[in-house]
Design a protein around this ligand. Structure first.
Ligand code: GSH
Length: 233
């Protein structure tokens, strides 16, 4: 996006391809806040971010947002900062309501409770096919399947059940209106739709993903940032 006298670009999004930073582009589009994107490409073999991202934030992860002299990392913290600073009440339910409690819950739940299992599931599935001496491969497969069966799949099923139940009663994660909590949940929702079909994925979750993808702001963010779900993390 270019700079103009009336609409000065103040925000830079450090954006990694196929990543969580789509959420930041999406919320900026929803709020109509001007921004520019600095794009980083994952290493095609390791799928990791380039080292240059550590110059923006020591962890070298995406997203990171720079707003004037402020450097903000961690997608939930970024979304909260953006709605508080630029939202004028948009995308946040009124305080003191059940919707506000749900909003805060899902802002934290996405990365704190749900993503770790999606990440573990991805790591174990990679482990199964990782290059290794032929005599080690069966052991790696065995370890991976055992841990998937003991830890990941039962927890994933429990989370899927919980989300389905919640979405039976709520159109969006925090009530009847879309909020920043839905944007925060969208990366995990996309990952579930892509990878959790065999674990009992509810149609409610698929429908919610469709509603998210249909938002014009989501589409604009996608056009600028590229596809979301990666092959890693
Ligand atoms: N909890 C952090 C996770 C950040 C994160 O892991 N980002 C991934 C992209 S989805 C990343 O930068 N991966 C590349 C790497 O680890 O090198 C957030 O929500 O911002």
């Amino acid at each position: 996006m270019g700079e103009s006298c009336h609409n000065p670009v103040v925000i830079t999004v450090h954006h990694l391809d196929h990543s969580r930073s789509q959420r930041v582009l999406w919320i900026l589009e929803e709020l109509g806040v001007p921004y520019e994107i600095v794009t980083y490409q994952r290493d095609p073999k390791t799928m990791l971010a380039p080292a240059s991202l550590t110059k923006v934030h020591p962890l070298g992860k995406s997203p990171v947002v720079v707003d004037g002299d402020k450097v903000i990392a961690e997608s939930g913290a970024i979304l909260e900062y953006l709605v508080e600073t630029y939202g004028e009440g948009k995308l946040v339910p009124p305080k003191g309501t059940q919707a506000y409690l749900d909003y805060r819950y899902f802002m934290h739940y996405a990365e704190g409770s749900l993503m770790p299992y999606l990440l573990l599931s991805l790591i174990f599935s990679k482990l199964k096919s990782a290059p290794a001496p032929f005599f080690v491969k069966p052991i790696m497969k065995r370890i991976s399947s055992t841990l998937m069966g003991m830890i990941v799949n039962p927890n994933m099923k429990r989370h899927l059940g919980f989300l389905a139940q919640h979405l039976e009663k709520n159109k969006w994660f925090a009530g009847d209106e879309m909020t920043a909590a839905d944007i925060q949940m969208s990366y995990a929702v996309d990952a579930l739709v892509t990878r959790a079909k065999q674990l009992g994925l509810s149609q409610k979750i698929v429908d919610l993903a469709d509603r998210m993808h249909a938002r014009p702001a989501y589409q604009r963010a996608l056009a600028k940032g590229g596809p979301v779900i990666p092959d890693a993390d």
